[in-house]
Design a binder for this molecule. Structure first.
Ligand SMILES: [Zn+2]
Length: 248
């Protein structure tokens, strides 16, 4: 934390930071995916797009063309995509300093402004992250302007504590609290959580809650469920329409 804060160009701290970052890249790049899915696999596959708010060792970026892809992959300019760096847990995070990370924060802020529902998974909004939380709060705006929106929180802490962390985001009782990812809208209606919630609350439609992710699924089961949804998303994008919602 301190090294990152003191890391001015040319300083010994910058050298130490770069050395540390190289080691972290090497260490994490050696990770292999376990044979069976973990809750993080389910979580990632339940979402339709991702933003890497603290960087990602597997992601590369070309600043000139604003292209993101696998690290080392080729950009349209012919150059390999360069690592985007990592953002450390420091008091005053400089989100703007790193172009790829600042674009991710921008994407998150834009998404929050128009979001109908959000799920917060295992993030306690700690006091040390005050700057990040205030950015989120600015994007979300005043709760009295978000009277339709729903917030789902997946957290192992007691409900009162969780509610207190996030109350600035919650309009009256428009939230649900879960200990288990598989009970959430993301787990029950993967890749269509927003549509499902809107259909349930606004259109008064009954949903089939049995078609989503189950803890017992292997990667093959997941792919059978998720692939048609991804195909439908691609088709909907081309046709400028809505993807299928199989949970109705
Ligand atoms: Zn390029």
């Amino acid at each position: 934390m301190e090294i990152s804060e003191k890391s001015t160009p040319g300083s010994i701290y910058e050298k130490a930071k770069l050395e540390l970052e190289t080691k972290i890249y090497e260490y994490i790049s050696e990770y292999t995916i376990p044979d069976n899915p973990t809750v993080y696999d389910f979580l990632i596959l339940s979402l339709t797009s991702l933003a890497f708010l603290h960087g990602n060792v597997a992601i590369g970026y070309c600043e000139k063309d604003n292209v993101i892809g696998n690290i080392g992959g080729k950009c349209k300019c012919g150059e390999p995509l360069q690592g985007i760096g990592l953002l450390y847990p420091i008091k005053n995070k400089n989100y703007q300093k790193n172009p790829a990370i600042s674009k991710s924060w921008e994407a998150l802020q834009n998404a929050l402004e128009v979001a109908y529902m959000i799920t917060i998974f295992g993030y306690s909004a700690p006091k040390s992250d005050v700057e990040a939380v205030s950015m989120l709060k600015n994007a979300w705006g005043n709760v009295t302007d978000r009277t339709m929106e729903e917030i789902e929180i997946v957290d192992l802490r007691p409900e009162e504590e969780v509610f207190e962390s996030w109350q600035e985001f919650i309009y009256t009782h428009h939230y649900s609290y879960h200990n288990d990812f598989f009970d959430t809208t993301l787990g029950r209606y993967p890749r269509r959580s927003c549509e499902a919630t809107f259909d349930r609350l606004m259109n008064c439609r009954f949903l089939d809650g049995s078609k989503g992710f189950k803890n017992s699924m292997d990667f093959n089961d997941i792919s059978l469920l998720v692939n048609p949804l991804i195909q439908s998303e691609k088709w909907a994008k081309e046709e400028k329409t809505f993807p299928i919602n199989p949970y109705l």
